[in-house]
Design a protein around this ligand. Structure first.
Ligand code: ATP
Ligand code: MG
Length: 558
């Protein structure tokens, strides 16, 4: 069965199946309202993209609506910059929330009124234990907790104390508001959880209006209720919180009760997807900000040159289930490559070695016609300039071929220049430490189309750029950020920052075909044999273009 109102042929995931059933039974009168609820304490990452695609995707599929809600209940860690970054990234991923932009802080007054109501109903009390004492009396998985000595305060006393907490009469930590549920519950979340704490912190939206802030578990279910959310989709670690979610709404007898449904979070190899760890990478200067192109953040991938279509496709391919697992980095990379496959191609030399063609006239130049894509004729053709001085890839030359199959250049060997002539390496000029600094080659001027030797076969074809026409460019070769598949949980006890890949960014001075210098910022192009590159708009200057390598042509890690 597939979702109605859509031509999307993908089969329903388990959440969509639940929604189909709810719609059939009339549980929410056929309404489907979801939300994506990030805490603005960092940038969004690829794991969030999964949740965004799910929440907005489900709403689209069923003709419903999705809220973008900032879950901003911890002012110490949140900021307006993070709010702006989150909005930018959700929009860039391809989703629109229209009027439905909310903030948990919009509901602080209503949440406060609900808290007084819980007190009135005898279901919440002001506890004057410290947070450490509360933790110490919570019990364990096998032993029940110990009730707070303040648990039986009267409704009047609780109301009075809670109002004075709000009024700022007590220092931080003096009291908290706790739900009165069951200290012997097998679920620790139900052992009189804290609902409010005193915290004198400036909030990025409410300023200094509040000195008490509600806890996540209390805020989330009520925000869902207030927005008329029908299906509250969250990751599996919240499964144990669902009884509390339901308890708050049941105890307040809200006229509408959203359904929390859990799915497994995305874990991805060779990176970390915890905001705490990502924050460490930024704060300790291991990367150049949250949007460093090596980060698994949406903003980082955007700067690197990944397109939103690739991330959407990745989220579709990984699907939504309840089974935990880790997705291979190569699956994400495959989506990125598939998405870039139709980009135009060009010649660029990443690590240049000079070649002088000894029998090619000094004052001569030619322009070779070349297709922009071997399969996509619609991308057209261009002319590539050629002359007697070229750059080739340093890796395309060796002094001693490793075996008979070696196809590229070595002393005495021949190769074909892409779109051009066959050349033979006659002489190698070396520097002080013996490395090649220039090759002197002779060119077979009859070896192009129309020449007597046009059909002559040589083993290899290499790419090149005319030294006279080529444009110097900064080529930023990005690679995986970590050398270990699971940096967040290393078996040998090393810290994740000890397995950063020292070659996650290698900067090269290369040469590109001249037409690439005039490319619009934001363009993507495949440099033959090197990978797909992105002309990052923020770095584009007329003098010297800067290209980010989005991804290599093939997986070199497996
Ligand atoms: P933290 O790393 O600080 O625990 P978080 O990753 O849970 O934070 P939130 O801003 O609370 O960040 O997440 C917003 C939403 O994105 C939540 O609904 C959460 O379940 C979802 N989400 C976060 N990480 C992932 C992930 N790796 N896979 C799928 N969904 C995720
Ligand atoms: Mg969270």
């Amino acid at each position: 069965m597939t979702g109605h109102g859509t031509d999307d042929a993908r089969p329903d995931n388990f959440i969509e199946q639940i929604i189909q059933k709810d719609n059939a039974s009339g549980k929410f009168e056929g309404r489907v309202v979801t939300r994506f609820p990030p805490e603005p304490n960092g940038f969004l990452h690829i794991g969030h993209a999964k949740s965004i695609c799910l929440n907005f995707g489900v709403a689209q599929r069923f003709g419903g609506a999705c809220f973008l809600r900032m879950d901003d209940t911890n002012p110490l860690k949140e900021s307006a910059e993070y709010v702006a970054a989150i909005q930018r990234d959700v929009r860039w991923l391809g989703f629109a929330w229209g009027e439905r932009e909310t903030h948990a802080s919009d509901y602080f007054e209503q949440l406060y009124i609900f808290a007084e109501e819980l007190i009135q109903r005898g279901r919440a009390f002001v506890c004057s234990l410290t947070l450490e004492e509360i933790r110490a009396t919570r019990g364990t998985l096998t032993e029940p907790g110990t009730p707070s000595p303040y648990r039986d305060r009267s409704v009047e006393e609780n109301l009075d104390l809670f109002r004075r907490m709000r009024a700022g009469e007590f220092p931080d930590g003096a009291h908290v508001l706790r739900a009165k549920i069951d200290m012997a519950s097998p679920n620790i979340n139900m052992r009189d959880p804290v609902l409010y704490r005193i915290r004198r912190a400036h909030h990025q939206r409410t300023g200094d209006a509040w000195c008490i802030y509600p806890m996540y578990d209390y805020t989330h279910c009520l925000s869902d209720y207030l927005e008329g959310i029908t299906h509250s989709l969250c990751t599996l670690e919240f499964e144990d919180h669902r009884p509390l979610y339901d308890w708050v709404l049941d105890t307040l007898a809200t006229p509408h009760h959203p359904q929390q449904i859990e799915f497994s979070r995305l874990n991805l190899e060779y990176t970390v997807l915890s905001k705490r760890m990502l924050n460490t990478l930024v704060a300790d200067g291991h990367v150049d900000g949250w949007d460093d192109p090596r980060m698994p953040t949406i903003a980082g991938m955007r700067r690197r040159g990944v397109r939103p279509e690739a991330l959407q496709e990745f989220c579709t391919r990984i699907g939504v289930t309840r089974s935990d697992g880790t997705v291979e980095m190569s699956s994400l990379e495959r989506c990125i490559r598939d998405d870039l496959e139709a980009m135009p191609r060009a010649l660029a030399v990443v690590n240049p070695l000079k070649v002088v063609l000894t029998n090619y006239p000094d004052d001569r130049e030619e322009w070779f016609r070349a297709p922009n894509h071997p399969q996509v004729a619609a991308l057209g053709e261009r002319d590539v300039p050629f002359c007697g001085e070229l750059f080739i890839e340093r890796d395309d030359f060796v002094f001693e071929p490793p075996n008979k199959k070696y196809k590229r250049l070595s002393p005495g060997a021949e190769v074909r220049l892409r779109y051009g002539y066959i050349v033979r390496c006659d002489e190698v000029i070396t520097g002080n430490d013996g490395e090649a600094v220039e090759l002197r080659c002779s060119v077979d001027l009859e070896s192009r189309a129309g020449g007597a030797n046009a059909e002559r076969k040589v083993k290899g074809v290499i790419h090149w750029v005319s030294a006279r026409h080529g444009v110097a460019a900064e080529l930023r070769l990005y690679d995986r950020l970590f050398t270990e598949p699971n940096p967040a949980a290393l078996k040998d006890g090393r810290h994740f920052t000890e397995v950063l890949n020292p070659e996650s960014l290698v900067i090269r001075e290369g040469y590109v075909e001249p037409y690439l210098a005039g490319l619009a910022p934001g363009s993507r192009v495949q440099f033959e044999r090197s990978g797909w590159f992105y002309l990052e708009p923020e770095r584009a200057t007329a003098a010297r273009p800067v290209f980010n390598r989005i991804i290599t042509l093939r997986d070199s890690w497996n």
